[in-house]
Design a protein around this ligand. Structure first.
Ligand SMILES: NC(=O)C1=CN([C@@H]2O[C@H](COP(=O)(O)OP(=O)(O)OC[C@H]3O[C@@H](n4cnc5c(N)ncnc54)[C@H](O)[C@@H]3O)[C@@H](O)[C@H]2O)C=CC1
Ligand SMILES: CC(C)CCC[C@@H](C)[C@H]1CC[C@H]2[C@@H]3[C@H](O)CC4=CC(=O)CC[C@]4(C)[C@H]3CC[C@]12C
Length: 368
């Protein structure tokens, strides 16, 4: 908790503060930002866990609001020193329309930028994604790449398109004059696939494995590597950037940083087994049990079914052509830009990240 010997003067706003990553950012700020006076949490859906935070030394203000509504965003931003914009629609399964994804992720981000400019907030940190880079539509591997690695970032799917557009808006807004005459300082953090306590897809795989008698069946070759990063370390990066942006504005303003830690490079499924294995699941097969062409066919069938069933119900399985392409393409990051620019070192070791995640999967056991 905040050390009361230090002056508590800062007001932070976290959009999407009740989401998977947002909650970790909120808790991390309360633990590790002693200069915090007020923490505003802005989300479409407020979680009941916020109540327990309201008894601490920092004023916690929960704001139910929608980033697509410019006036709601401006009211929440007014008077904040720093905005951490994590709110977004993370949908690669076709649950929401492309228009809605664009509205929330792009227009919502534009609203946050304009609110900063209009109300005089100078520091904006945007949670972008590795998806703004790749995998691209050609399925080209990105192997141990960094922020400067050349890669043809071409997308068709609404989610990566929206994240790429929003990231561009944030970076282009760096240096804009805000109310009061000072320049806006922005930067974007690009997590790879985040895991940890609260990771819904991990829970879905766990419950699927339980339904299948404690087994999961390998679908993707073990040689396809995915970069993954622990949610606590992603949150820590946000807190550090927020802290350092003022002092290192010239260096950090307008920059992008991949989020990384010491999690091992593995295939998506093998990585998940690091947690699901100790919870009693087994991954069957050293090679995919189904030929790839059959997976492609099933993914296409799922798209057709989703379209046919749309008038009746929402059919949004994990497997579709896009998720298959992402799962089947190597995308790993190897960089130290965050260490060089703002002294980032992962707060949680791989062992601790793993232990915490396993503990969470175990406690999530009954909550299908
Ligand atoms: N989960 C992952 O593996 C990765 C996530 N990201 C990015 O991190 C950010 C957070 O993602 P997660 O925590 O995984 O997602 P999440 O869905 O758990 O959290 C997003 C939060 O934003 C809120 N939100 C959605 N629409 C809103 C609106 N119109 N107005 C206000 N709040 C709204 C949701 O209620 C939710 O609490 C997103 O911007 C996402 O693109 C980036 C890379 C990887
Ligand atoms: C049954 C299939 C063969 C396996 C399906 C796994 C997929 C659901 C997931 C594989 C890779 C994931 C994505 C990746 O971690 C990168 C992401 C970054 C984001 O910003 C949002 C989430 C995601 C797109 C993530 C989504 C699930 C996968 C596609």
């Amino acid at each position: 908790m905040a050390n009361s010997a230090q002056t508590q003067e800062l007001v932070y706003l976290v959009t999407g503060g009740c989401g998977f990553l947002g909650e970790h950012v909120v808790r991390m700020l309360l633990q590790r930002e002693p200069r915090l006076r007020e923490l505003r949490i802005f989300d479409l859906h407020l979680g009941p866990w916020l109540e327990e935070l309201k008894t601490g030394p920092v004023q916690v203000t929960a704001i139910q609001g929608d980033v697509t509504q410019a006036h709601e965003v401006a009211a929440a931003v007014a008077g904040a020193h720093v905005v951490i914009h994590t709110a977004g629609l993370v949908d690669v399964f076709g649950k929401t329309s492309p228009e809605t994804i664009h509205e929330v992720n792009v227009q919502g981000t534009q609203n946050v930028i304009e609110a900063c400019v209009q109300t005089g907030t100078r520091f904006l940190i945007y949670t972008s994604s590795m998806e703004v880079v790749g995998p691209n539509i050609k399925g080209q591997p990105f192997y141990r790449g960094n922020e400067n690695t050349p890669y043809e970032a071409v997308h068709r799917h609404p989610y990566p398109c929206s994240k790429a557009l929003a990231e561009r808006l944030v970076l282009e807004a760096n240096g804009r004059e805000v109310l009061g005459g000072l320049p806006l300082v922005t930067c974007a953090l690009r997590p790879t696939g985040i895991y940890g306590e609260g990771h819904q897809i991990m829970k879905d795989f766990y419950h699927q494995g339980l339904r299948l008698g404690g087994r999961l069946f390998r679908a993707i070759p073990a040689s396809v590597e995915h970069g993954r990063v622990y949610v606590g370390n992603v949150a820590w990066m946000h807190v550090l950037v927020a802290r350092e942006l003022e002092h290192r504005a010239a260096l950090m303003g307008g920059q992008v940083y991949f989020c990384y830690d010491n999690s091992p490079y593995k295939s998506y499924e093998d990585f998940n087994m690091e947690f699901l294995g100790p919870c009693g699941l087994r991954l069957v097969g050293t090679r995919p049990l189904m030929p790839y062409w059959l997976l492609v066919l099933l993914a296409a069938l799922n798209t057709l079914l989703q379209w046919l069933l749309r008038p009746l119900l929402l059919y949004a399985p994990l497997l579709n052509p896009y998720t298959l392409a992402v799962a089947n393409t190597t995308f790993t990051v190897s960089t130290d830009k965050a260490r060089r620019h703002f002294g980032y070192e992962p707060l949680f070791s791989w062992e601790e990240s793993r232990t915490r995640t396993i503990r969470w999967v175990r406690t999530a056991e009954g909550s299908a």
